[in-house]
Ligand binder design. Structure first.
Ligand code: GTP
Ligand code: MG
Length: 239
């Protein structure tokens, strides 16, 4: 089975190379015969593009690992960067991997397991199911809980972490997705569309190494407001 990892990156020069190394060297299950990494530089203003241009994945034993990257001419947001990546990938299973080291490819075995076992078409890595996580912002937890609750009220799913980066899904799901979001609307849009497809969704616990604003955290209260709007938009009108 070939897996495709899509890495959206905006001003991530401090972490991008290590993220790609961790993705290339992740503990893939036996069933994974080939790894394709596609990074999308969302018109970063720092050295992200230079790091991507210089990147060569380390040899990963007998399993081929191919790397390619694409660049947006203007900054368009995470959702747009992901759509650029999704259009390029050819794997049977697709993984979203943020470029900021908050999420660890060491969790891939757990994330792939429900799909490999034939039990799910979509797997969500939840930060709120007891996995190890850095203890940080209380009000972000409250915000996350609220956004997930609101999304669940529309979708009817009992998800515990709608805004998580780790979303893993089959090629068939990717082809049916028809995404439109440019920025962080991706998370509620993905969730709403998957819920409407009626495919089987699993959640697994993952670790979360949250960062502080001094360490590069960018998300702010305005993104939370946009997320509320997107939950309404994609569940009520985004058909
Ligand atoms: N913030 C931001 N991230 C983008 C953009 N385009 C792509 N990304 C990437 O999307 C991923 C998620 O963005 P993050 O800023 O880490 O979002 P987050 O994890 O919800 O929030 P923080 O880590 O708190 O900033 C990262 O890999 C970013 O580099 C963009 O325009 N803005
Ligand atoms: Mg992040």
């Amino acid at each position: 089975m070939k897996v495709s990892i899509v890495v959206p990156a905006y001003n991530e020069e401090r972490t991008i190379t290590e993220v790609l190394d961790r993705v290339a060297g992740a503990p893939y299950p036996e069933a994974v015969s080939e790894v394709e990494i596609v990074a999308v530089d969302d018109c970063s203003r720092d050295g992200t593009a230079a790091r991507l241009a210089a990147y060569r994945p380390p040899a990963a034993g007998a399993r081929p690992c191919r790397f390619s990257w694409f660049r947006h001419e203007v900054n368009r947001g995470k959702g747009a960067a992901l759509r650029t990546g999704f259009a390029q990938v050819t794997g049977e299973v697709i993984v979203v991997q943020d470029a900021d080291l908050e999420y660890d490819p060491a969790d891939y075995p757990a994330l792939f397991a429900p799909i490999l076992a034939g039990k799910a078409e979509v797997v969500i890595g939840s930060r709120f199911l007891g996995g190890p996580h850095r203890v940080l912002f209380f009000w972000h937890l409250v915000g996350n809980r609220f956004l997930t609750l609101l999304s669940n009220m529309f979708t009817g799913l009992n998800m515990s972490d709608m805004e998580t980066c780790y979303k893993v899904f089959t090629r068939e799901v990717k082809e049916r997705l028809r995404l439109t979001s440019e920025r962080f609307g991706f998370e509620p849009e993905f969730t709403a569309r998957v819920a409407r497809m009626g495919v089987r969704v699993y959640e697994v616990p993952i670790s979360y190494n949250g960062r502080t604003y001094a360490e590069g955290k960018k998300i702010g209260w305005a993104d939370g407001i946009e997320a509320i709007w997107c939950i309404f938009k994609f569940n009520l009108w985004g058909r």
